[in-house]
Design a protein around this ligand. Structure first.
Ligand code: SF4
Length: 292
């Protein structure tokens, strides 16, 4: 079996920065807190908890006082951050700079008189934080919702950073049906685009794809969708424990891609487990043929 790892796999710049900040917080403070999971990878979050980071829900975090509080890569609302500061906390803001840039753009456009429309998952922390910077933003996640937005003067449309390009443009273009002026700004981040492009190229080339990353990771789930468009056999795993080794044994060329929040250790474990399995399979088949 030939195993090929996609060109872009594992941590993006924003995730790496947030993990570095978490390590700094753990090193420098007796207790430090993260509001919600730092990134969408349960294994890494558990590891950081084991090293001393306390992960609190937003409600619990309201009670944190005079401590160091880490803001996750997906960001938080300005109001919530102000509240933490009022309580005497020092913030280590791991909000991805890509998101900071989007906040700036949408706030400017709203001031210029645009109605800002965000194409994304209403329940995702990135989108909840993004919308909080607007006075009157709209979040939509499908074409039907886009069709229902009518008669607005000027619309400025942005995307969740992890969306698929085709999904974003299909929905954003629908807004043109019932609104006079629609400015579409592709805010899908470069790291996402590179990984989706890599998933597409590799999926075309192999018999089977493995997509690794937290089951709660939006960007990893999108890679799974992209891989599924170009390859018939795609397996979604979180860790090496989910690898369907027996099913994989029938494939000659297997591609592996990991989401932007997947630690290198997980990718390495997956590759070495497959290597090991391939060697065992080879030895077993050699033994069988020698017996004949
Ligand atoms: S996927 Fe993009 S937006 Fe999200 S943390 Fe990484 S670089 Fe930032």
């Amino acid at each position: 079996m030939e195993i090929i790892i996609a060109d872009y796999s594992g941590f993006c710049g924003g995730v790496r920065r947030s993990v570095d900040l978490a390590n700094k917080a753990i090193e420098e403070n007796e207790i430090s807190y993260s509001v919600g999971p730092l990134i969408h990878n349960p294994q890494l979050v558990s590891k950081l908890e084991g090293e001393g980071l306390k992960v609190f829900s937003k409600e619990e975090a309201e009670g944190i006082k005079n401590s160091t509080v880490l803001i996750r890569a997906h960001g938080e609302s300005a109001k919530f951050k102000d509240k933490l500061i009022e309580n005497g906390n020092e913030l280590l803001d791991a909000t991805c700079p890509v998101l900071m840039n989007i906040y700036k753009k949408i706030v400017e456009k709203e001031k210029e008189g645009y109605k800002v429309v965000i194409v994304g998952d209403k329940t995702h922390p990135e989108i909840i934080a993004m919308e909080s910077f607007l006075n009157d933003g709209i979040i939509i996640s499908d074409e039907t919702e886009a069709k229902n937005i009518k008669g607005n003067g000027k619309l400025y449309v942005v995307s969740q950073t992890t969306n698929r390009l085709d999904y974003f443009y299909d929905i954003a273009n629908k807004l043109k049906d019932n609104n006079d002026s629609v400015v579409i700004e592709n805010t899908i981040c470069k790291a996402t685009e590179n990984r989706q492009q890599a998933a597409k190229s590799l999926a075309k080339e192999v018999d089977c794809m493995i997509v690794a990353g937290g089951f709660n990771s939006s960007n990893t789930n999108k890679l799974y969708q992209v891989a599924g468009m170009y390859c018939k056999n795609v397996f979604r795993i979180e860790t090496v424990k989910d690898l369907p080794l027996q099913k994989l044994s029938k494939f000659k060329k297997v591609g592996i891609i990991a989401g932007a929040s997947t630690p290198d250790e997980i990718i390495e474990e997956v590759v070495s487990s497959m290597d090991e399995f391939t060697k065992e399979e080879f030895m077993n088949s050699l033994e069988d043929s020698l017996k004949k």
